[in-house]
Ligand binder design. Structure first.
Ligand SMILES: Nc1ncnc2c1ncn2[C@@H]1O[C@H](COP(=O)(O)OP(=O)(O)OP(=O)(O)O)[C@@H](O)[C@H]1O
Length: 548
């Protein structure tokens, strides 16, 4: 282990020795999935219908006009939007992925292989079904009932290595679990796979609600191939959780070192300022090998299961966020495409101009950014975009359809925020609204800090708390990257959002804790509804008393 690995703060480990025997946990997820408030589909049916309607009528026409599919990702189907939350499990071979799935379900899924050598050679979508059966990849990919139609783009070689396994399990009532082939080291990974493994991982990661990266504490090995796979998760950082599995195969002292080494390596690969949550455990139904960390492992297992249990409840917010994110990208895409078309000459020198535009793509992006006030994060990677662009004749692209863009803007600023407000747990933010539906709360005095608009206790926090849970890290804080999609989905303009962030991050640490997040959402609501001008300085009364 390297020196720097040792400097990483370890997790607290109990020093007392605890009884090694561990009862086989009975269906770990179901106890909570019934009573723990996991919401069923019916509750959200209207929101999903609304989402489909907006996408089909307002967003998809723009995507089709500007060939979004060829540059980014396939059009969404109803099944994509309806899909249950997905948990993607990735890791080196024999890190215990399939055993982990078996442990969650408390039973085997059809086609499950567990063994010390590389066993699972395919991507398996484990779904709920009355009868246990396997649907091969080719059949699954043409079924409009399942969210896998766009997976056909990876070709028949891949489809032969994909299957859907149906198993009757209450855990799967609100989840789809994706078990994956273990990542091999060196040539075996590159030559052994007849399809583009990294792109497939990227596809699943984009659709997943949670990505579990499994490591073996007993045999920590992060190969270059594994690093490549982790790189394919870029843009999905907030979904990643790390599982340090088989933690009982080493002593508490060794575990400390392994944990340090893992954090050190991950810090170099993930390159995000915030550390992903790491769950340390032994996810199978055997007694612990070394029991000196039994309390820690039990607590970690509880936390991970709670995280999984919360998924269906939070999935709807995530779904809206994902589609808002996609819509913003599709709009930027439309502006790029129509701009390139406009730059092309009418008659002569088409080829030279096309080459010139493609070579200087970054400069064209900058022009558009300034012209339309766009956010750099919504632009595609220029190198990948260039590659695809070379397959087209720019003069054949569609012209800018202003009306179409206006419709999309309306979806972003009105329709999506409205859907967010229909989220069942969201409450009207200010109780006073109920008094006079025509008067903005605190309308008589919006800046003095003495009225209810600027009082923390007047904010109805419930809906915001649920949203915060979907993005908060283990330290109870959410990064700017994690908050961005939710704040954007309020429909508040970017320059106002910048002000919201400045006001709400009153600790100035670049993160929002729950109270700061509640205030940020409240300020967005105030701005959106036009109840008042946002103040330049946060009124002291918007900071909860206990923190003053
Ligand atoms: N928590 C655990 N502690 C100790 N050994 C375990 C644990 N979980 C699984 N194993 C063992 O590790 C080996 C690999 O397990 P499994 O096949 O589930 O891993 P995998 O990651 O799915 O492998 P592959 O990548 O080959 O599909 C098996 O021998 C299994 O019994």
């Amino acid at each position: 282990m390297s020196e720097s690995a040792r400097s990483v703060a370890p997790p607290p480990l109990p020093t007392r020795s605890i009884t090694p025997a561990r009862a086989k946990s009975a269906t770990p997820l179901t106890s909570g999935s019934k009573g723990g408030g996991v919401s069923g589909k019916a509750e959200f049916a209207d929101i999903l219908e609304g989402l489909k309607h907006i996408y089909k009528n307002k967003i998809k026409p723009m995507e089709q006009t500007y060939s979004f599919e060829q540059f980014h990702s396939p059009y969404l189907t109803d099944a994509d939007i309806d899909a249950k939350p997905m948990v993607l499990i990735i890791g080196g071979y024999s890190t215990g992925k399939s055993t982990f799935v078996k442990h969650l379900l408390d039973k085997e899924y059809p086609g499950l292989h567990i063994g010390p050598e590389p066993t699972t050679d395919r991507f398996v979508a484990v779904m709920n079904g009355a009868e246990e059966r396997i649907i091969p990849g080719n059949a699954a990919a043409v079924s409009a009932e399942m969210p896998f139609t766009s997976i056909q783009r990876f070709g028949s070689q891949f489809l032969q290595k994909f299957q859907v396994s149906f198993v009757n399990s209450p855990v799967l009532e609100n989840l789809i679990i994706i078990d994956t082939p273990g990542i091999l080291s060196g040539e075996k990974q590159r030559i052994g796979r007849s399809y583009d493994f990294t792109s497939v991982v990227e596809w699943f990661a984009g659709r997943a609600d949670l990505i579990l990266l499994l490591f073996d504490a007993h045999k920590l090995d992060i190969s270059d191939e594994f690093k490549n796979a982790i790189n394919a998760l870029k843009g999905n950082d907030e979904k990643i959780r790390v599982v340090l599995n088989k933690a009982d195969m080493v002593t508490g002292q060794q575990l400390l070192r392994v944990y340090g080494a893992l954090m050190w390596s991950l810090g170099k690969i993930l390159k995000t300022p915030e550390v992903s949550r790491v769950y340390i455990g032994s996810f199978w139904d055997q007694p612990l090998n070394h029991a000196d960390c039994a309390t820690l492992l039990a607590a970690e297992q509880r936390d991970l299961l709670a995280d999984l249990r919360a998924l269906p409840r939070n999935a709807i917010v995530r779904k809206i966020n994902e589609i808002v994110k996609r819509t913003r990208m599709a709009k930027v895409h439309a502006l790029i495409i129509s701009h390139l078309r406009k730059e092309m000459p009418g008659f002569f020198g088409k080829k030279d101009k096309q080459d010139d535009l493609i070579t200087n793509l970054e400069a064209e992006f900058m022009k558009l950014e300034r012209l339309h006030g766009l956010v750099p994060g919504d632009f595609p990677d220029p190198d990948r975009f260039r590659e695809t662009l070379a397959m087209f004749k720019l003069e054949k692209f569609a012209k800018l359809d202003k009306k179409m863009i206006d419709i999309v803007d309306q979806a972003l600023s009105v329709d999506f925020p409205k859907l967010m407000q229909e989220y069942p747990t969201a409450q009207p933010t200010i109780a006073a609204m109920e008094r006079n539906p025509f008067e903005a709360p605190g309308a008589a005095n919006t800046s003095g800090g003495g009225d209810e608009l600027w009082r923390y206790e007047q904010i109805s926090r419930k809906g915001y708390v649920d949203q915060f849970r979907t993005i908060a890290g283990v330290d109870g804080k959410a990064s700017g990257a994690a908050c961005k999609p939710i704040l954007e989905s309020t429909g508040v303009e970017t320059n106002v959002l910048a002000k919201v962030w400045r006001l709400a991050d009153w600790t100035k640490d670049g993160y929002l804790d729950l109270d700061e997040f509640v205030v940020a959402m409240h300020l967005c609501n105030v701005a959106k509804k036009g109840w008042a001008e946002l103040p330049d300085v946060l009124p002291q009364t918007l900071i909860p008393q206990r923190k003053c």
